[in-house]
Design a protein around this ligand. Structure first.
Ligand SMILES: Cc1ncc(C[n+]2csc(CCOP(=O)(O)OP(=O)(O)O)c2C)c(N)n1
Ligand SMILES: CC(=O)[C@@H](O)[C@H](O)COP(=O)(O)O
Ligand SMILES: [Mg+2]
Length: 647
């Protein structure tokens, strides 16, 4: 710690090329740097959009950690990674911040391939403590790595995986730092007993001053804080080193401390770093959106924002021509819930993102927010289904991956009628590969007894919600993409679809395109391109990946020279199911040309959804080109390849 020496008019941030530069700043200068960093984050995210509120809440924490620890030798692991913008600025990526979340730009999360200061990639929550413990073991087994520090939010620590890691870390007793960034917010207001417990930890005024539970840490703190710590400990527990859940699990618990006060953060981190021999949990209280009034005063604390005007905080949002799939689902489910009191719904911490907020407003007692707990959410829904209720489990495709064994073991194996509403199916844009809904068709269609639907447009989605509500004989899922629908007229009330039946959209004779889900409009455009080339196309919407409409499939196979399947999903999904049936029926023996258009066998980097589908080879031109190739009319393909593509 040195005295302040840099003139106040000189921006400190300009002299920071990396975290090592922070070591020469005094504590006052680190506090000054924090303010500059806050302004920089606001200025930068105003131009790009992104996860602003969470990043503003960890400004001081980021500066303090980098000032005290020795990254990248020490491994700093941000849970979810959506709060890592100040970390990116301090770790040599300031000049690239205007590219955040765009094609070829900086990721909105931590990413190993992006920087040595991102030792572990993230975007799905609650993984940080496990990964940090892995690094700690690596260090203890001689790997060239230093301390491991996990920073995890109060929302993310509600997930089962975080408890599993705490449990294991408490048992391992290795030197490890967990910083609980408690801003009393998840995406939505936090829920659950753990959240209430954390609130109680600092609701008590003596604790709020400072709770310092270990003798060693007390001694290392400056005298005024030491006294406060002793008093707090005795007041609360009457005895040293026990009391909080974390301590019972084997951690040394420090806090709660004010995560925006460098006067508390720096000495506590220094003391912990100097003295820790086992796992330590430092409980920091922060404010989501801290220091930017529009964020602090908004309901969602500007968790995720579009580009915005800095003085007013007004976000630049384009006016969509059609309602979002999410809103259509939320309203359709609410309408059904109004008619059927057995309908209930489950969200894992995303009531607004899934559209369940609509039903929650009208039927609050029938919508269950379980916190970030997809695994529990699925089995909880299975239990409700077993009791005779009609649960809709609304989880993004990418996050349902977390609950896969529960889908298999608790739902499918028992044939329970849980309805899975799978939002964000397909490529989602700025959140990138971590959030792509790529795999659900594959991972659900292979399960015996599962019914899997995909909505071609928002009217179809309304029908699928009705179909799922009426389906009592086993699990059923329907998937739909992020963003606005196609603008079709919505039915007043959904029609229950015949299970396993597709529909023909237009009839032709040369080639059949069999689409599953929201790429139907792109297939229609491809059919138009082909028609302009003199190719007559039958276009069908499969509606069901499982059970497949075998009558329709065989009819398409019989009556056309080639068949193309198209889906917004990975290999191993709809196309694979079709190939399996075609092979079983022996159609290849009769010379049918088949192509399956899926996402490629690689992860697609962030960009706009259109750019991502272009990268994936799933544009109308790709579909038309494949069709021409399947028909053996190679020369015509050139025309399509040279045609302008969507940006
Ligand atoms: C497994 C998983 N489920 C859901 C999400 C969506 N999600 C991203 S951030 C977030 C809230 C995190 O809250 P917290 O950890 O308290 O961080 P804060 O934003 O408050 O800083 C949620 C639910 C996710 N990233 N991963
Ligand atoms: C960090 C995270 O996982 C969420 O905030 C996610 O970015 C939300 O995405 P949507 O905007 O699609 O709801
Ligand atoms: Mg939080």
């Amino acid at each position: 710690m040195t005295q302040s020496h840099i003139p106040t008019e000189t921006p400190l941030l300009d002299s920071v090329a990396g975290p090592s530069d922070l070591k020469r700043f005094s504590d006052d200068e680190l506090a000054r740097l924090s303010q500059e960093l806050r302004s920089e984050v606001i200025r930068s995210v105003a131009q790009t959009g992104g996860h602003l509120g969470s990043s503003l809440g960890v400004i001081e924490l980021t500066v303090a950690i980098h000032a005290v620890f020795n990254t990248p030798m020490d491994k700093l692991i941000w849970d979810v990674g959506h709060q890592c913008y100040p970390h990116k600025i301090l770790t040599g990526r300031r000049h690239r911040m205007t590219s955040l979340r765009q094609k070829d730009g900086l990721s909105g999360f931590t990413k190993r391939s992006e920087s040595e200061f991102d030792p572990f990639g993230a975007a799905h929550s609650s993984t940080s403590i496990s990964a940090a413990l892995g690094f700690a073991v690596g260090r203890d087994m001689g790997q060239p790595t230093g301390d491991a520090i996990a920073v995890i939010g109060d929302g993310s620590i509600s997930a089962g995986m975080a408890y599993e890691a705490l449990n294991n870390a408490g048992h391992e007793k290795r030197r490890l730092f967990v910083i609980l960034n408690d801003n009393e917010m998840s995406i939505a207001p936090p829920v659950g007993a753990m959240s209430s417990y954390l609130s109680r930890l600092y609701a008590n005024e003596p604790l709020a001053a400072l709770r310092q539970m270990a003798e060693g840490f007390e001694a290392a703190l400056p005298p005024p804080m030491r006294e406060g710590a002793k008093r707090a400990r005795q007041l609360v527990t009457g005895q040293p080193a026990s009391g909080t859940l974390f301590e019972e699990l084997g951690f040394t618990y420090i806090g709660p401390i004010n995560g925006h006060d460098m006067g508390q953060l720096l000495p506590v981190l220094r003391a912990a770093r100097a003295r820790a021999t086992g796992p330590v949990l430092i409980h920091c209280c922060t404010v989501k959106g801290k220091g930017y009034a529009p964020a602090e005063s908004s309901r969602d604390k500007y968790h995720g924002v579009a580009k915005f005007d800095v003085p007013s905080g007004a976000q630049v949002k384009s006016k969509p021509n059609a309602p979002s799939y999410t809103a259509v689902f939320g309203q359709a489910l609410c309408d059904i819930a109004a008619r059927d009191p057995k309908v209930v719904a489950v969200t894992a911490a995303m009531p607004d993102g899934t559209g369940l907020d609509i039903m929650a407003k009208r039927f609050p007692a029938r919508v269950f927010d379980v916190g970030i707990a997809e695994q529990h959410g699925v089995t909880f829904a299975a239990g409700m289904a077993a009791s005779g209720l009609k649960p809709f489990c609304a989880i993004y495709s990418t996050f349902l991956q977390r609950g896969y064994d529960q889908v298999v073991h608790d739902v499918a194996l028992q044939g329970l009628p849980v309805r899975f509403a799978i939002d964000r199916a397909g490529l989602v844009g700025a959140d990138g590969a971590t959030h792509a809904g790529a795999f659900d068709i594959a991972y659900l269609s292979n399960l015996p007894g599962f019914t899997v639907m995909a909505a071609a447009d928002e009217a179809e989605l309304v029908h699928m919600v009705a179909t799922a509500a009426a389906h009592d004989t086993g699990p059923i899922a329907f998937r739909y993409p992020r963003g606005s629908g196609t603008g079709v007229v919505l039915p007043e009330i959904g029609t229950v679809l015949e299970i396993g039946k597709g529909r023909v959209i237009r009839e032709g004779s040369d080639i059949a395109i069999l689409s599953l889900g929201a790429h139907l409009s792109e297939c229609e455009a491809a059919a138009d391109l082909l028609a302009a080339e003199g190719v007559s196309v039958t276009l069908a919407d499969a509606r069901f990946a499982k059970p497949l409409d075998l009558d329709l499939l065989m009819q398409l196979a019989r009556n056309h020279g080639a068949l193309i399947t198209v889906e917004q999903g990975s290999r191993g999904g709809f196309g694979a199911m079709v190939l399996h049936e075609l092979a079983a029926a022996g159609v290849f023996d009769r010379g049918l040309a088949v192509r399956t258009l899926t996402l490629p066998d690689r992860f697609i980097d962030q960009a706009s959804p259109d750019e991502m589908y272009l990268d994936a080879g799933l544009t109308r031109h790709d579909i038309a080109t494949s069709a021409m190739q399947a028909l053996g009319r190679e020369r015509k393909v050139l025309g399509f390849q040279n045609a302008p593509r969507r940006a």
